[in-house]
Write a new protein. Sequence first.
Length: 58
Amino acid sequence: MATTPDAFRVPPTVPSRPSKLMLVLLAAIVVGFFVVIFTHKEAPSSGAGTAPVAAPQE
């Protein structure tokens, strides 16, 4: 095995890009998050809400 500087040379690297599948997955997560946030309706809690209606008196 040669011990010249060529033996230790690293081939040129190219910055890696995310795959199309990963981009589609991330987009689906973001869209799903906003769909859940904007369509979620809170159930009325028992402690809050409208005032109790008085029973009719006879």
